[in-house]
Design a protein around this ligand. Structure first.
Ligand code: ZN
Length: 186
């Protein structure tokens, strides 16, 4: 048998260090300029809102691991992508192109929407944005922004992200959030 004294190492081993260190961080971007003003109406089978508008406000929360630069990711990337998406939606009519109760057709320079009861809306195509969603709700708009954000972050080769959450507010104190886990929980 060894006669060496049983000493603990001067430095804690890796597992002890990792257990003592927070491993997941969250960055939140809530800027006044992440907004868009747009018209919409909710429509599903048997119900349609009148056309109306909101001053939408977007927020983004991203969790992940901190890299060697001390960041989860650069705030500027999140702001740039989100601002671009907000700009595309600003001062437009938000049309849910995958609606199950609206037919959406391009007729010359117009976009024509026909609800199931025959109600017709005709808009200049330049004033409309066709979105790959079923309803123009804050929930589905949040999911759309999240999809665009995720694609944009992938294009920037951002690594180590765990979860993205996007909030879309229709009015102060009234927002919907969509969250997507980017890596399977361990
Ligand atoms: Zn509304």
């Amino acid at each position: 048998m060894s006669d060496r004294p049983d000493r603990r190492p001067a430095r804690p081993d890796r597992s002890e260090r990792d257990a003592a260190r927070p491993s997941e961080y969250r960055v939140v971007v809530e800027k006044d300029f992440l907004k868009f003003s747009a018209a919409h109406f909710i429509a599903y089978k048997g119900f349609r809102e009148p056309l109306h508008g909101h001053n939408y406000q977007v927020s983004v929360s991203i969790s992940g691991t901190v890299g060697p630069d001390g960041y989860v990711l650069d705030f500027g990337i999140v702001k740039d992508i989100t601002r671009r998406v907000c700009g595309e939606l600003d001062e437009r009519v938000l049309v849910p192109a995958e609606s199950d109760c609206l037919t959406v057709a391009r007729e010359g320079a117009s976009v024509v929407l026909v609800y199931e009861d025959g109600t017709r809306f005709v808009f200049p195509a330049t004033d409309v944005v066709l979105l790959p969603i079923v309803h123009a709700s804050a929930e589905e708009l949040a999911a759309y922004v999240l999809t665009r954000l995720r694609a944009g972050l992938q294009a920037h080769a951002v690594r180590g992200l765990v979860e993205i959450e996007v909030g879309v507010g229709e009015a102060p104190g009234q927002a919907a959030y969509c969250r997507a886990r980017l890596t399977p929980p361990s």
